[in-house]
Design a binder for this molecule. Sequence first.
Ligand SMILES: Cc1cc2nc3c(=O)[nH]c(=O)nc-3n(C[C@H](O)[C@H](O)[C@H](O)COP(=O)(O)OP(=O)(O)OC[C@H]3O[C@@H](n4cnc5c(N)ncnc54)[C@H](O)[C@@H]3O)c2cc1C
Length: 431
Amino acid sequence: MSEKFDVIVVGAGPAGTSCAFVCAKNGLNVLLIERGEYPGSKNVMGGVLYRKQMEELIPEFWKEAPLERPVIEQRFWMMDKESVVQFGYKGLEWGQEPYNNFTVLRAQFDQWFARKAVETGALLINETVVTECIVENGKVIGVRTDRPDGEVYADVVVLADGVNSLLGKQLGFHKEFRPDEVALTVMEVVNLPKEKINDRFNLEENQGCTVEIFGDSTKGNLGTAFLYTNKDSLNIGVGTTLSSMIKAKLKPYDLLDYLKTHPMVKPYLEGGESAEYLAHLIPEGGYRSVPKVAGNGVVVVGDAAQLVNAIHREGSNMAMSSGKMAAEAIIEAKKDDNYSEASLNRYKDALYGSFIMKDLEKYKDAAHIFEKHPQYLRDYVPMMNRAASKFFTVDGTSKREKQKEVLKSVTDERGTFKVLKDIYRAWKAVK
Ligand SMILES: Cc1cc2nc3c(=O)[nH]c(=O)nc-3n(C[C@H](O)[C@H](O)[C@H](O)COP(=O)(O)OP(=O)(O)OC[C@H]3O[C@@H](n4cnc5c(N)ncnc54)[C@H](O)[C@@H]3O)c2cc1C
């Protein structure tokens, strides 16, 4: 296998496949290498796939892609031990073309997407691990794989090898991630007849719902849980930063069991059958953790470049966009026959000018602030629940009196000055 390609893409997740797809569509000779038995076989996602970035690659993909349900409702729960404060948005326009986003099962979706890249001209090799980049005179010129005679060469190697990116580490682009830069998430796929899903979530045929759950879902630790509807299954999962997990001595599967038996969640799962258990890391370091993304003969895309907006649970869309931007930079580099870092920095410039880095920059302090000040999920969520219970209980107290009581209960518990400081800090974190 000592052939030379224009481009070698390592990893057939959304980032790698997008890059391979665009390069192949533009006539480049592309090799896409995946360590799994097939693309998606090792991949984990809560399950929301965003329409916009996918549509830029394959217009009207929803007519043929293996999707679960178009999401028409997004709910947010601030959950305490026996109560929940809810808000969200439901819009029927999201259930019609061109849609907003969809739930997906990655094992099916990634396979289909990689097939599209192959139909466009990319060569896909499964069950092959790239063990290292081949570097000569400071330039990446190919990769070494675990196959016999497994060296392959290319003008550009694209690192789309996911959150751990051992290859990025080998090149010195990033160090070992700190425990506060990654979240460990566990999830389960629970089979349930579609009629039950529709009844429980108040949905009709081909309508989906997502629920993001904060507070007691992580026992007040920095993190979140989710409950998403597929056609005839639910995805339920929970994760916290590794540092929170270590500090609070949490065991991920215990946390998932706690969530599944929580009185606010359990009724949704009643009668369901566990079909699959999955665990994965999510890069959540944000703006400050993004490593070097272009070097001589190499670019880094998707999770390997830490491109995840944890506040808005966006990752797959950033993976796809970065893969596409990297491909466009490679196509330009090919025209000049120049694959130097300076030439491939076109990708870096595009990335930093895009919504990806703008959004990561906006929230650059959020994760660090919420990690350092755990009161937001630990104290305010229960306070919010107690306040709502008090406010909505009809007991002959006037509404003005109630308002005063609710405000007083919050300031009494934490102190007026601290509450004001917390509000200011939270506003600064997300402004
Ligand atoms: C539990 C969970 C829930 C999530 N929920 C959402 C969500 O709802 N919406 C959303 O948009 N994002 C979500 N994300 C984030 C999203 O899954 C990622 O951002 C996205 O998958 C990143 O794509 P990627 O292609 O960069 O990496 P991956 O999808 O991780 O793909 C990397 C690929 O590289 C392969 N690979 C790795 N190393 C090698 C090697 N050395 N040789 C060959 N192949 C290799 C892997 O097998 C894999 O196929 C979630 C993540 C998790 C863990």
